[in-house]
Design a protein around this ligand. Structure first.
Ligand code: PLP
Length: 338
């Protein structure tokens, strides 16, 4: 099988502007840092809480969902993996529209199931009829999607949930930068799960913490499959503190959204074509469509953006929205390249 290729991580203590893996440019909540400083050695001697109940309680209060509708993972990648391991089997496929998050393919390749990839149209309209016809054991929809940044309307997701007999997973890794969410569908449908992460909106990619929300009847099957101690004691405590500080997360997200709008204007002025983004990145097509060349030239200047050498994306760049200052450096570096 082909392994997942993560975005490049610079060596420590190098001055790189890192706009390639959609991390948040702002630090984690001060409350999360304070919780980290209060970790007791004794907590690390013992095994952690298998259900991460302190964190679940914080999610329950922040989102208004019952605690037993929440499953916690070592990053939301862990939740995606658990869902596939629990549901996929020969002749019960994993279905999703492309381009999207490449990890769905990698995780399925380890199981005795196949992926069915259904292309989005140019305008990123959801191919609903084809997705329904493929009737996967699991159907993934990332909304906002990566690398396009578009969102899928809740009515379309409702149509899918109604027609599918398998599980519909709505991957909301970037929801903190969007307006609205598909969370209400979890109430309406026993076969819908919404996944979230603390890596993007909460500036905690290094902590590895994500969660899924679904009805207990669906979660009971997933709890059988997950590693018993998939959340460590540090992530449980620090993640709970971050989740309780919604005001800080919303404030950072508002700054990122304002910077996203400014960066979009600057890139358009340089001649880039852009897709409307509801996430903390922009998909941008350079005027000469020489995306790979620009990616390499930026890298030489110490600026990392994401380049996907694959059909439909090889003439575009995915650029994480940084601070206004970082975005300005990017725009200045692009000037002689377009
Ligand atoms: C970043 C991302 C995730 C996973 O994040 P974790 O760090 O594993 O929580 C999941 N889905 C999409 C679409 C992402 O971009």
């Amino acid at each position: 099988m082909t392994g997942y290729v993560p975005g490049e991580q610079p060596k420590p203590n190098t001055t790189i502007i890192k706009l390639n893996t959609n991390e948040n440019p702002y630090p984690p909540s001060p409350d999360a840092i304070a919780a980290l400083q209060k970790i007791h050695g004794e907590w690390l001697r013992r095994y952690p809480d298998p259900y991460a109940n302190e964190f679940r309680q914080a999610v329950s209060e922040a989102l208004g969902v019952p605690m037993d509708w929440i499953i916690v993972g070592n990053g939301s990648d862990d939740i995606l993996n658990v869902i596939i391991r629990a549901c996929a089997e020969p002749d019960r496929n994993v279905v999703y529209p492309v381009p999207t998050y490449v990890l769905y393919r990698t995780l399925t390749a380890m199981q005795p199931a196949e992926v069915v990839e259904i292309p989005y149209g140019d305008d990123y309209r959801l191919p609903i009829a084809e997705l329904i016809a493929a009737n996967g054991a699991v159907t993934f929809i990332a909304s906002p999607n990566s690398p396009s940044g578009h969102i899928v309307a809740i009515d379309e997701l409702r149509q899918l949930a109604t027609a599918l007999t398998g599980v519909l997973v709505i991957d909301e890794a970037y929801v903190d930068f969007a307006e609205g969410s598909a969370l209400p569908l979890v109430q309406e449908f026993e076969n819908v799960m919404v996944t979230r992460t603390l890596s993007k909106g909460y500036s905690l990619a290094g902590l590895r913490l994500g969660f899924g929300i679904a009805q207990p009847s669906l979660l009971s099957g997933l709890f059988k499959v997950k590693d018993s101690y998939n959340i460590d004691a540090i992530a449980n405590a620090v993640g709970a503190a971050a989740m309780r500080d919604q005001a800080y997360k919303n404030e950072c997200a508002a700054k990122v959204k304002a910077s996203r709008a400014k960066l979009a204007i600057d890139l358009k002025q340089l001649g880039f074509s852009l897709w409307e983004s509801h996430a903390n990145f922009l998909l941008a097509q350079p005027p000469q469509r020489n995306a790979e060349q620009i990616y390499l030239a930026l890298k030489e200047r110490g600026i990392l953006v994401r380049y996907f050498k694959q059909a439909g994306l090889s003439d575009k760049l995915r650029i994480t929205v940084g601070t206004d200052e970082q975005n300005q450096w990017l725009v200045e570096a692009l000037l002689p390249l377009v």
